[in-house]
Design a protein around this ligand. Sequence first.
Ligand code: MN
Ligand code: MN
Length: 461
Amino acid sequence: MSNKSEYSYEYTHILKKDKNCVEKADKFCEDYKKFMNSAKTERECVKYIISHAKNYVEFDKNKIKYIKPYDKFYINNRDKSVVLITIGEEPLDNGFNFVVSHIDSPRLDLKPNPVFENEEICYFHTHYYGGIKKYQWPTIPLSMHGRIFKEDGSYVDVNFGEKDDEPRFIITDLLPHLAKEQENRTLREGIKGEELNIVIGSIPIDAEDDKVKEAVKTNTLKILYDTFGITEKDFARAEIEFVPAFKAYDIGFDRSLIAAYGQDDRVCAYPALMAELENVKPKKTSITVFTDKEEIGSEGNTGMVSEFLFDIVEDLCDIAGVKARDCYRKSICLSSDVNSAYDPTFSDVFEKMNSSYINRGVVLTKYTGHGGKSGSNDASAETMAKVIKLMDKEKVVWQIGELGKVDIGGGGTIAKYMSQRNVDTIDVGVAVLSMHSPYELTSKLDIYHTYLAYKAFLLNE
Ligand code: MN
Ligand code: MN
């Protein structure tokens, strides 16, 4: 070895390593954008995933007496998370290949008693979900998604404010002329939680009748009843999410990037879904999980703290006559989640050499966490070695990535909930700019190579 290139390694633009992937990435991302436009919430994602998992059979441990290679199953957890399984050729206790992404994203939820009128404007009270910068949410078009139960026990699924002929909703902000005091607030307080009120109406039910109290609210409730058959009481038995009404668009003269709402983490969920659906004859059994509640700490029975997934694995193991713990020990999990891409405009918070960059490929994140890696999974050298070997073998362009400078902040993923089960786990996903904003930015080449990464993992290991 005599020259520099033999001793050193450089992470580069994907096109230096895979010259011919622009067209393939473009094609892949056309369908990705359609997915982003049609499935903006965890419930809509579950619906999308199950409707595309055509040759998957619902897993029912009481009906399934034995399993054989290439059997495909799905399990729907309360319409908010879903698991897809493809049985491999090898026995289960040779280990599973897990790919776990999340399908919830930061957003504005409605409070249980949300409707109010103030000076003849009708509003919804909201409670934000996940880590948002609150000042980013006023003055952008919002749409309404969710499920509302009625008195009679039936429910209505709402997806309103997305179609061209439907109205949008909006949060107001103060004009700069009168914002002198507001501008002295910290950015964190620029818009306060209780100021995230969504405008939903301004016409009174009967302008001539002065005796009607809260005539605008009454009119708005009447429209809600006429449109969805719901009353004010029904909001107490509902889950309503307001999300940006933006569609996904190509960004840049070269169309190399995509802006869309909720790419954390649907930009990993979609490639994971495609890789799983195309996983026809795997050696090992694949378990592809689309989980909920990651953005609030993986809590609840649809998040990764739930026993749901692990009960399913146990049921599967019972049928096969093996122990779940013997399977976990030999399993690998790709925690399919995004990382923050290096942003040259805000370079201060990044450590250049260990950041992930757009267009440099799928990101292998060894650890996340805060401070001294606290709260992190911290993948072992052995796990990193296995995954890197596979990526190199399959010509997947990959890079490493820390979340940011040491002690500047931090974050976490579902990785630690999988490694708790004695599964070797590593975070593998797409680098994102403006992460957790209403309109996040990613690279098409990265998305495509993330898909290649999951595909290689499911078919090979
Ligand atoms: Mn995420
Ligand atoms: Mn997130």
